[in-house]
Design a protein around this ligand. Structure first.
Ligand code: PEP
Ligand code: MN
Length: 288
């Protein structure tokens, strides 16, 4: 491995340790939560609705993704919506529903935290705290999640380079929290036919440069339900340690991102295909 790549950038002048670098720590970090290990041989599937909408919606979806082979449940209670007039999430009520669904299914939960003032509250209910794309360079928030104990799922900023992404993760590690999972979720390019351009080359590049586990979000990465399964397969083939994807029991009625959410039967079909791809690249997606 070339020294320059290991130092993240050829003209590295960060003037301090690069804790995220493979050079500093060659072994991949395995993030453990609720019996799930992200960064090991198993490819971890995290699935659930974009937003928590009701107990019924979450519970039905959670049970279905579990029987399809998902190992974690996702769902937003605090939603970073582009318009201030659209559904903003159920807040603490949504966090309670997530915990309830986790108790019912045994699936650990990941949910977004948008603000330093929410970190303690979200930490009471979530197993993994998500920092969303829009907040990847919110340095006070990165420091705050770095001082608490729960693992952090850090999504790539929609306009962030790999270098900026890794330095954002460095902020979290630098506060003492080494349990960071990186998530490629697409970047803004000149191409409008997909919601974002899913940068799958980020997967091998990140795994080359860093010791942190890398997962992919094909839902926000494409914005198109029909394209999610094929890009999910491509992500696993590219070496992703996991996937996070949106699944809804009634996508056409979803309050958020229904157009990119898989229906329950589509999720099940995709999982069968994904298992074959994982096996072909020496990984495993466990049966439920
Ligand atoms: C999400 O995962 O719910 C989300 C808002 O994603 P992103 O931050 O990648 O846009
Ligand atoms: Mn969404």
């Amino acid at each position: 491995m070339e020294t320059s790549s290991c130092n993240i950038s050829p003209d590295n002048d960060y003037s301090n340790p690069i804790r995220v670098s493979r050079k500093t720590k060659p072994d991949t970090t395995v993030v453990k939560t609720g019996g799930v290990e992200i960064g090991g041989a198993e490819v971890i599937i995290i699935a659930g609705p974009c937003a928590v909408e009701s107990h019924e919606q979450l519970s039905v979806t959670a049970h279905a993704v579990k029987s399809g082979g998902a190992r974690m449940l996702r769902g937003g209670a605090f939603k970073p919506r582009s318009s201030p007039y659209t559904f903003q999430g159920l807040g603490e009520e949504g966090l309670k529903m997530l915990r309830q669904a986790s108790l019912e299914t045994g699936l650990p939960v990941v949910t977004e935290v948008m603000d330093t003032r929410q970190v303690a509250l979200v930490g009471e209910y979530a197993d993994i705290l998500q920092v969303g794309s829009r907040n990847m360079q919110n340095y006070p928030l990165l420091k705050e999640v770095g001082t608490q104990k729960k693992p952090v799922l850090l999504k790539r900023g929609m306009m962030a380079t790999i270098e900026e992404f890794l330095l954002a993760a460095e902020y979290i590690l630098n506060q003492g929290n080494e349990n960071v999972i990186l998530c490629e979720r697409g970047i803004r390019t000149f191409e409008p036919s997909t919601r974002n351009t899913l940068d799958l080359s980020a997967v091998p590049m990140l795994k080359h440069l860093t010791n942190l586990p890398v997962i992919v979000d094909p839902s926000h990465g494409t914005g198109l339900r029909w394209m999610v399964p094929v890009m999910a397969k491509a992500a696993v083939a590219a070496g992703a340690d996991g996937l996070i994807m949106e699944v809804h029991y009634k996508p056409e009625e979803a309050l958020c991102d229904g157009h990119q959410s898989l229906a329950l039967n589509e999720f099940e079909t995709m999982m069968a295909d994904l298992r074959k791809v994982a096996a072909a690249v020496g990984r495993e997606i466990r049966l439920p």
